[in-house]
Design a binder for this molecule. Structure first.
Ligand SMILES: [Zn+2]
Length: 435
């Protein structure tokens, strides 16, 4: 099984080398903005060949980029336009359905590139020297740099693992360049017998996650402190937006990247927590594709302040990012992350199988089964249900040899069959794969 991880390397640049990196990264950014304007003139095209035709000469001559970097600029601009078109189409369909009234403005003018981020192709723009240094191309030929990084990453590089593209990234506050390299690691293929433990993970607001393994051991991770911090970000952002001055805009940019880093850091910590607490497990997570449309529905003009805040909380926390990080880190810990259907995980009774909205009296934190009277913490019940579905994934893997990493949501019939299988699930010792 191949896993791609990204290694962040801190480049030890001399003042002269920093000047070279400044020159190439600024030229690259200007080139992106130039190519973006050209693409805009060509009916906002997302075709790299069209952009190539219009911009290549200028990219080489005026911006002094090498052939490889010039092509990367064209591809990157094309990809940006493609993403913008996708967003525009999504926005159109959302407006048709009445989910939003806002018009997507991303393509009103040529997308502007502000960050100094440059993409290098392995073997063409960057390569490793035998002495462990890295050689990267600049406007004035190659420069060779020493670097620091995590030992695991350095070992993988020294062992000659396969490389992907690298990003040169400038952190303004530290006046420091980093090279972020994609490393492709070849890991042994996972086998069901290596993963005897199954853990269901329910992500949410009150608790970042509640995880329960097949022996019923649970791990609750409270979300309140993080939520407060997020609210603080929201308040500051609001007041800055109201001000609307130039310096306020600058502050806003800084704030948003700080906020993003904060969320990413939390998610790193949380995923690491799960992996160390339940080593070698199969983690079952709800498939959250389209979760927002499903849980939010139409915007209600009469929503109370409290309801609006709750909605903001639900939509703001990056559950998807936590899941992605867990899935990404899992193979490195001989663990696995799979997705299961999210339907009714908080309404079904894991003991008797009775599934009803009324199992959650007053839609509260408590789960009380109407039929068998089984009681419990609602988020924990959800994690048990997710765990049960994950056991089913493992059983299928054992019997068919094929592992489904995520449910096929496009096939309605198959989905209905899965949902009816779920109704057979009971939380009992027979479901325990260890017994
Ligand atoms: Zn019950």
């Amino acid at each position: 099984m191949r896993v791609t991880i990204s290694a962040k390397l801190k480049l030890r640049h001399t003042p002269e080398q920093k000047a070279m990196l400044d020159a190439v990264s600024l030229a690259y950014r200007d080139a992106l903005n130039f190519a973006s304007k050209e693409a805009f003139k060509l009916d906002k095209t997302s075709s790299a060949p069209k952009i190539h035709k219009a911009a290549y000469e200028t990219l080489r001559e005026r911006f002094g980029l090498g052939a490889q970097l010039a092509c990367t600029v064209e591809r990157q601009v094309a990809a940006t336009y493609k993403a913008q078109w996708t967003k525009l189409k999504q926005n159109l369909s959302a407006r048709e359905k009445g989910f939003t009234k806002r018009r997507y403005k991303g393509l009103d003018s040529a997308p502007k590139f502000v960050s100094r981020t440059l993409e290098y192709q392995y073997g063409r723009d960057y390569s490793w020297k035998k002495d462990g240094r890295v050689s990267i191309s600049t406007l004035r030929g190659r420069t060779v740099l020493e670097f620091d990084g995590y030992q695991k990453h350095l070992d993988a590089i020294a062992a000659g693992c396969e490389m992907g593209a690298a990003k040169l990234y400038y952190q303004k506050s530290k006046k420091q360049y980093y090279l972020i390299v994609a490393l492709n690691l070849e890991l042994p293929d996972p086998r069901p017998t290596d993963h005897k433990n199954v853990v269901g993970v329910d992500v949410g607001q009150r608790y970042h996650f509640v995880a329960t393994d097949q022996d019923g051991r649970s791990l609750f991770e409270k979300g309140a402190a993080t939520r407060q911090r997020k609210d603080q970000f929201t308040r500051t952002r609001k007041s800055l937006q109201r001000k609307g001055t130039r310096s306020a805009t600058r502050r806003l940019v800084a704030l948003s990247s700080r906020e993003r880093r904060f969320v990413a850091d939390r998610n790193h910590v949380l995923s690491q927590m799960l992996l160390t607490r339940f080593p070698g497990s199969i983690f079952g997570l709800e498939d959250l594709t389209n979760i927002r449309e499903r849980t939010e529905g139409r915007r209600s003009p009469k929503a109370s302040k409290k309801a609006k805040r709750a909605k903001r909380h639900r939509s703001q926390w990056s559950f998807a990012e936590l899941q992605t990080m867990l899935a990404y880190k899992a193979p490195l810990h001989v663990a696995l992350a799979v997705r299961v259907d999210a339907n009714y995980t908080s309404q079904c009774c894991p003991r008797c199988g009775h599934c009803s909205k009324a199992n959650r009296p007053n839609a509260g934190l408590e789960f009380v089964c109407e039929v068998c009277g089984d009681q419990g913490h609602a988020d924990r019940v959800a994690s048990v249900n997710i765990g049960l579905r994950t056991m089913l994934v493992r059983q299928d893997w054992m019997s068919t040899g094929a592992l489904s990493m995520r449910p096929d949501v496009s096939d309605n019939e198959a989905k209905a069959a899965r949902l009816s299988r779920y109704t057979e699930l009971r939380w009992s010792p027979d479901a325990n794969p260890r017994l």
